[in-house]
Design a protein around this ligand. Structure first.
Ligand SMILES: [Zn+2]
Ligand SMILES: [Zn+2]
Length: 164
């Protein structure tokens, strides 16, 4: 995952739009994170005086499991970042840094970090997911089960007793 910016660096341009499809090759990482290997990197690199700033966004798909109905689904995640482009890493700095070597940025590590930071802990397949019936285990998004009418509520037991 190399982002080539050599031409931009030697030009008088102050801005470079980035729109790149990147592929993560690290099989281990893909397996661990259940990520789709194709990610999209968009944004803009700005030259301000002597410094370079990259404001961008990565988008990726991850296989998630719904916390309510336990179905698996593809979740699209976007995460924004702002990074300083540097020739030498400054360990003292608080900002995210991307190392530029020979007019190229090696994106692998930074992209993985951004993914780790943005992975959701808990996902829902949709905001109004009805989940599964705690009684019969039916996915209530797909089926209506009969439990609710049968489930006994203590308040109704009293009523039933009265009707006897
Ligand atoms: Zn769900
Ligand atoms: Zn049920």
């Amino acid at each position: 995952m190399l982002l080539k910016i050599k031409k931009f660096l030697s030009s008088d341009d102050v801005s470079l739009k980035v729109n790149e499809k990147l592929t993560i090759e690290d099989e281990e990482f893909l397996k661990e994170t259940r990520l789709d290997k194709n990610i999209l990197l968009t944004g803009e690199i700005l030259k301000i005086d002597d410094s370079l700033t990259f404001s961008g966004k990565i988008e990726y798909l991850v296989k998630a499991q719904c916390a309510r109905c336990l179905e698996e689904f593809d979740k699209k995640i976007e995460t924004k970042f702002s990074a300083g482009l540097v020739q030498n890493e400054d360990m003292e700095s608080d900002e995210i840094q991307m190392l530029v070597t020979d007019g190229m940025i090696r994106m692998d590590e930074i992209v993985k970090q951004l993914i780790y930071l943005s992975m959701p802990m808990k996902s829902l397949c949709r905001d109004d997911c009805k989940g599964i019936c705690p009684n019969c285990g039916v996915n209530l998004n797909e089926e209506i089960c009969q439990c609710e009418s049968r489930l006994t509520d203590p308040r109704f037991d009293k009523l039933k007793d009265l009707l006897k």
